[in-house]
Design a protein. Structure first.
Lengths: 606, 136
């Protein structure tokens, strides 16, 4: 693989890091390799927003190769809201451009004395002042930097004012509206006074056996175009499943307190397609094109339309059935540079606490929080993005916000990361996905809701269990997490249905390996356990594997009325399937050694 | 009425079932669309078999066994699957959502419409299972 460019923003010193060959083989790239690289520096004492904290932008071995949905990269570090392993992957074109510049990663440490941005033009790196850009939104900043460097084709990763002000769920954006939303990597970037990273390159991206790879990728992309799920996502976007999720009682409604939303169709992908959709957008090389391009009445320009999480977060979650307002609210979050899941979840919590009388107009600065009131929602987005008024408290995330009012248990979060919009009372596998994810309540480390809907992977032993099955699906969830760990290492989009045999062939010819499917799954297991060990070392124990109270109360209505996941029973079976110590929550020494993580076993067990 | 699958009698039985089943009538009350089923040869099926169904507002207006595709040039949906996959669905061995999500059942048509009407699709499958006495 190509080297990683490391820069210390405090001193301006740079170096090229060459990854050892055995790490290339054992950790490939993306989030897995990032975990291996950052393992020594992610300590319990590390302040995620200090100059010492690392921020690692890393591509995968297929990034930019036009393989199936492989235009992506990942940004990793320590989560400022969670204090745990943080990773957030993102599409667009920035990752491929970095590889064309001759680097597979960019590792940032230190803190610039003044706001700066980086301009990597080929192998030439400049540190430029961003004083004039500080305070600018993410869209404007991307445009201005392209103008300044004089390269319209340059790709720019950027933070908005939320990142500058270290909103703990600030995002990093690129290519207009592509977002690394989760785990607050934008706040880490802001803490370094780093406004943006612009890149441009012209090199060929290295592939071990390009001839074979071209043949395999053509076939994989051809199949992907014909895949039913890909067709749904292309036609109606990721929000296309809203109606079905609502039917199952798996769509979070009114801050996870209701099991149905009668107006769901007004805020669905199908409705968006019929009313305001004017185009679709894709990341580099992607044949799915999940991105929505919309135009609202009165708009002069086209805009980004919402994906599933934004649609539900600012829709059903807040009892808002106004589709156009969700477009606006999503764009507002993008411009501030904030994760729409955490932002809308924390806003939902504010409405919830207001309804319960725990907060009042005195706390909100006079804003009445009436469910579905778009003006009130927008006001809170602006307060959070600018860290003003109650927004300053909310900017620290829902756990901290609820704790401030003495009701931490009311926050629907796990380990400081707000729960995404797939309710485990409708799709029980998500109970384990949220409770055991290495980065908090995440749906991308294992999008198990797809399996609970019916998408089994028999070739991997990932069978279909009834959506309300409990402990019997624990081993299945673990296997699915291992499978997704592979995707997060090669940084392939989870919307791509690329079957296991096909995926391992792509990896083999891209990297010069000779893996079997079993080898690939063992790799995924190694990645999962490494991230777990990082978290164990930073203080995570079995007690952290939990669900919030709000997800353990049965719905009175809807397609999952009366059901709650038996999280204790599921966790017990999960630990057994994983080979983890139920007392400490750590992978056993034997498991770590079995996976080739001897040094980690030594650190965890002595 | 139940019948052996695949047969014209089975298809007629399904038509009757769809027109008399109160649960289907309620769930499918908003469905508007006709469809072709192409069953690809495999196992006991030696040549492609085609069904046509015209489904409208919780009822079945028409079925045709081995129709010419020219007779209905623009169906709302075209579904296709191998014989073994279709029979696995009918016998309950293959979850219909699994069949769709893994593309064992291939779908052409408005995916948005399909996603809006998953309950209708699932109840249609229930009716088809209930009229299946035996699989060849």
């Amino acid at each position: 693989m190509q080297p990683i460019l490391k820069i210390d923003l405090t001193t301006g010193a740079t170096e090229e890091i060459v990854i050892p060959k055995e790490w290339e083989k054992d950790f490939l790239g993306g989030a897995s390799l990032a975990a291996r690289i950052l393992y020594p520096s992610l300590t319990p004492e590390l302040d995620a927003l200090s100059p010492e904290a690392p921020l690692l932008f890393l591509t995968g071995p297929m990034t930019g190769t036009s393989g199936p949905t492989t235009g992506r990269f990942v940004i990793c570090g320590k989560g400022p809201a969670t204090g745990l392993w943080a990773e957030s992957n993102i599409g667009g074109f920035w990752g491929p451009e970095l590889r064309k510049a001759g680097y597979d990663g960019l590792w940032v440490t230190g803190k610039a004395p003044e706001p700066v941005y980086l301009w990597l033009n080929g192998s030439k790196l400049e540190v430029r002042s961003a004083a004039h850009l500080w305070g600018q939104n993410t869209y404007t900043t991307q445009d201005k930097i392209k103008d300044e460097v004089g390269e319209k084709s340059a790709r720019v990763c950027v933070i908005g004012t939320a990142g500058e002000k270290q909103v703990l769920f600030a995002s990093i954006m690129c290519d207009h509206g592509r977002m690394a939303g989760r785990t607050g990597m934008g706040a880490v970037m802001g803490s370094k006074n780093l406004k943006a990273v612009a890149v441009q390159g012209t090199n060929e991206i290295p592939v071990f056996d390009l001839t074979k790879y071209k043949s395999l990728r053509s076939e994989a992309n051809r199949k992907l175009k014909e895949d039913n799920e890909a067709k749904v996502i292309r036609e109606v976007g990721t929000a296309g499943a809203a109606n079905y999720a609502e039917y199952l009682g798996a769509l979070p409604v009114k801050y996870y307190t209701r099991g149905s939303f009668e107006n769901v169709d007004n805020v669905s992908g199908a409705k968006m397609t019929e009313t305001i959709l004017v185009g679709r957008s894709a990341c580099q090389g992607c044949v799915i094109a999940c991105g929505r391009v919309v135009k609202l009445p009165g708009d002069r320009t086209k805009r980004k339309g919402p994906e599933h999480e934004t649609m539900v977060g600012f829709g059903a979650n807040l009892l808002n059935d106004n589709l156009e307002s969700i477009v606006d609210l999503g764009e507002l979050c993008d411009r501030y540079g904030m994760d729409t899941i955490s932002a809308s979840n924390t806003i939902g919590l504010a409405f919830h606490l207001y309804e319960k009388g725990i907060i009042t107009k005195e706390d909100t600065g006079g804003i009445e929080l009436k469910w579905g009131d778009v003006d009130a929602i927008e006001a809170l987005v602006r307060l959070v993005g600018s860290r003003e008024g109650i927004g300053d408290l909310m900017a620290q995330g829902s756990r901290s916000f609820a704790a401030h009012f003495g009701v931490e248990e009311e926050a629907v979060q796990v380990n400081g990361l707000e729960v995404a919009y797939h309710d485990p009372r409708g799709v029980s596998g998500m109970a384990l996905s949220y409770a055991t994810s290495p980065r908090g309540a995440c749906h991308n480390q294992s999008d198990y809701f797809f399996v609970d809907w019916g998408h089994s992977h028999e070739e991997l032993g990932i069978q279909f269990f009834e959506r309300h099955a409990q402990a019997e699906k624990a081993g299945n969830v673990a296997r699915h997490q291992n499978w997704r760990s592979v995707d997060n290492a090669i940084v392939m989009c989870i919307f791509a249905n690329v079957e296991a045999e096909e995926k391992v062939k792509l990896i083999n010819v891209a990297c010069g390996l000779d893996w079997s499917v079993d080898d690939m799954m063992r790799f995924g297991e190694r990645s999962w356990n490494l991230k777990r060990a990082i978290n164990n070392r930073m203080g995570l124990t079995a007690a952290n594997d939990r669900l919030p109270k709000g997800l353990l109360e049965p719905f009175p209505d809807g397609g999952s009325a009366g059901f709650v996941p038996d999280i204790r029973g599921m966790l017990s079976a999960y630990y057994e399937a994983r080979g983890w110590d139920p007392e400490t929550g750590k992978p056993t020494r034997g498991k770590l050694i079995e996976l080739g993580l001897e040094d980690v076993a030594q650190d965890l067990w002595g | 009425m139940t019948a052996v699958f695949p047969s014209e009698e089975w298809l007629k039985g399904l038509e009757t079932k769809l027109n008399t089943d109160g649960r289907y009538a309620e769930i499918a009350k908003n469905w508007e669309g006709d469809l072709f089923f192409f069953i690809e040869p495999e196992g006991n099926l030696k040549e492609q078999l085609t069904f046509y169904l015209d489904l409208w507002h919780g009822a079945c207006r028409k079925v045709e066994y081995k129709p010419s595709t020219d007779a209905h040039p623009n169906p709302t949906f075209t579904l296709s699957a191998t014989y073994n996959n279709i029979t696995a669905i009918l016998s309950g061995k293959l979850n219909p959502m699994t069949a769709m999500m893994t593309s064992k059942l291939k779908v052409k048509g408005s995916m948005g419409y399909m996603m809006r009407n998953v309950p209708t699709v699932l109840d249609f499958v229930r009716c088809a299972q209930e009229v299946t006495k035996e699989i060849l």
